[in-house]
Design a protein around this ligand. Structure first.
Ligand SMILES: N[C@@H](CCC(=O)N[C@@H](CS)C(=O)NCC(=O)O)C(=O)O
Length: 100
């Protein structure tokens, strides 16, 4: 990550398995982010404006908003390819696109 890049923010409570899924991927790849503890129910309007379904997790990186754990993992894999979450032989399998 360059100095100019905004530091990513992971919104969500660690109670959520979807949030933990993203945290595991971040730990595996050695990516540091800020985390804002957020629960989905009764979320403030500022959060709903970023995540219209008011679900967690939400990935915020500057103007980029990704309100779904599988989309976040796909983004992480593209932006930070090493180490890969899936082996090359797994990524060549059509079934791998349905994982998550
Ligand atoms: N497909 C979403 C599911 C996320 C999800 O359902 N999170 C739960 C918390 S574990 C949530 O926000 N529930 C609130 C709701 O459904 O209104 C993802 O993978 O991120």
């Amino acid at each position: 990550m360059t100095d100019a890049a905004p530091r990513p923010i992971l919104h969500g409570s660690n109670v959520s398995p979807f949030v933990r899924k993203v945290r595991v991927a971040l730990a595996f790849k050695g990516i540091e982010v800020d985390q804002v503890q957020q629960i989905p129910f009764g979320a403030p309007p500022e959060y709903v404006a970023k995540s219209p379904l008011s679900k967690i997790p939400l990935w915020e990186e500057g103007d980029l908003l990704l309100p779904d754990s599988s989309v976040i993992l796909s983004y992480l894999e593209h932006r930070y390819p090493a180490p890969p979450l899936l082996s090359a032989e797994r990524t060549s399998s059509p079934a791998s696109t349905r994982a998550g």
